[in-house]
Design a protein around this ligand. Structure first.
Ligand SMILES: C[S@@+](CC[C@H](N)C(=O)[O-])C[C@H]1O[C@@H](n2cnc3c(N)ncnc32)[C@H](O)[C@@H]1O
Length: 413
């Protein structure tokens, strides 16, 4: 392993890479992202800064910072070293143990090093990337970091890597809209597949357990990942509603009906109404479960995305990097928002409506916010994946998302 000198930090103290790792681990434990002793030990050990030699070393240990390594011609980020918190979260979801065989789809080296450290010499890690620049970087980093047994393969991960199958775990580190058959078939029955799955625009890293030809969820977490390339590429499409520089507003479509953008553009710039639900969220409480309920209950719910300038100019009331659910009906739409309450630690959920049926659509969204609060708030959604062609009467009651290879269902207790 390279010998790295102590580093100068902003507060003028000398910090070694080991101290930076120890601080990172402490923060990840406090955030609840690291829970198991063997995962903690791996994060304390792997010298992740060696994977990105051109970056400032302290930055490489920032728990929330993904390091973008490639952007495509349209400016979309397509490769990165994932943030430590996201890597920790997925590795914990995978429930790895010594001696396991693991396939990682989407490489970079750092995550593969954690996996190799955890499965040990009796296990096996295969890491694949579609981009030869990425595998070249991973293949250079892994031996330097002490993990020369990891198999680095350049291929489209859509087909898995059958030569080394079956695997105890498959960990996907790129956003997928579908689950190609190879990922399930190359996984042992009872094995775990961890995948950032996009469902109607909303991405959650889901831990699935294989049960024959079905995958059954065992928990999920909110996340953001770069989109898949290759045969399985299936990106969301942005329908722009407002185009001024720095103030763009659009609807992210993922299998949703094509909106009449001319009508919705006019609606966006016309006066809005607000409806309030009486349902409150704590300041640190995420919308992730509410949003999954809304997409389960409502048919035409793309995500509204807006640049910060659009909020500053008052064109939209809320922005979020993950997008905000927006119910579209004919020429009107309504999106989720919040307002302060007398309690500084709680916000009330509501909806902003635009268009000729502004109030009606906003009320409809608010009604589902109330349903979530009353009937589902203390539960978690259950996600299952069935092969395409599975008849409706074999699917559970709930939202069905049809993809090329699979039928994904979201159901609630
Ligand atoms: C977020 S990065 C992976 C991060 C990495 N696991 C790490 O150690 O931090 C996602 C990677 O997926 C790769 N990718 C995209 N589509 C792919 C495909 N079809 N097969 C394999 N790799 C793919 C991209 O080239 C990119 O490098």
């Amino acid at each position: 392993m390279d010998n790295v000198p102590a580093m100068q930090t902003d507060d003028n103290t000398q910090r070694t890479d080991q101290q930076l790792r120890d601080d990172m681990v402490q923060q990840l434990i406090e955030l609840g992202a690291l829970r198991s002793s063997h995962v903690v030990a791996a994060f304390r050990k792997v010298p992740r800064h060696l994977a990105t030699p051109d970056e400032d070393v302290a930055t490489t240990y920032d728990v929330e910072r993904a390091l973008i390594t490639k952007t495509d011609a349209e400016g979309i980020q397509i490769s990165s070293v994932s943030a430590p918190r996201i890597q920790a979260m997925q590795i914990e979801q995978a429930e790895l143990g010594p001696g396991m065989r693991v396939l990682e789809i989407g490489s970079g080296g750092v995550n593969a090093a954690y996996l190799a450290e955890i499965v040990g010499r009796d296990g096996m890690v295969v890491t694949v990337d579609i981009d030869p620049d990425v595998t070249e970087r991973a293949a250079a980093f892994l031996p330097k970091a002490g993990y020369d047994s990891v198999q680095v393969v350049t291929t489209d991960g859509e087909n898995g890597v059958p030569e080394h199958a079956p695997y105890d775990r498959v960990i996907v580190t790129v956003q997928a809209a579908d689950i190609p058959p190879a990922w399930r078939e190359q996984l042992k029955d009872g094995g775990r597949l961890v995948v950032p799955l996009r469902m109607r625009g909303m991405t959650r890293t889901v831990a699935f357990v294989r049960d024959g030809d079905r995958l059954v969820s065992d928990g999920f977490e909110l996340c953001g990942f770069v989109p898949m390339q290759g045969v399985g590429e299936n990106r969301v499409r942005l329908a722009l509603l407002h185009e001024a520089e720095g103030e763009e507003v659009g609807l992210r479509l993922d299998g949703h009906p094509e909106p009449d953008t001319d009508v919705l553009r006019a609606a966006l710039l016309s006066p809005s109404v607000r409806s309030w639900s009486g349902v409150t969220l704590a300041a640190n409480e995420s919308n992730e479960h509410l949003d999954l309920w809304l997409t389960t209950a409502l048919d035409n719910l793309p995500l509204l995305t807006a640049q910060p300038g659009a909020r500053e100019r008052g064109i939209v009331a809320s922005v979020s990097p993950h997008g905000i659910p927006a119910l579209v009906e004919a020429g009107s739409f309504a999106y989720r928002t919040v307002r302060p309450t007398w309690d500084p630690d709680r916000f009330e959920l509501g909806a902003v409506g635009h268009g000729p049926r502004d109030r009606e659509v906003a009320e409809r969204l608010v009604e589902e916010i109330r349903t979530w609060d009353r009937e589902h708030r203390s539960h978690r959604a259950f996600i299952e994946v069935f092969p395409a062609g599975t008849p409706d009467d074999r699917l559970p009651a709930g939202r069905v998302i049809d993809r090329r290879h699979t039928r994904v269902t979201i159901t609630w207790p």
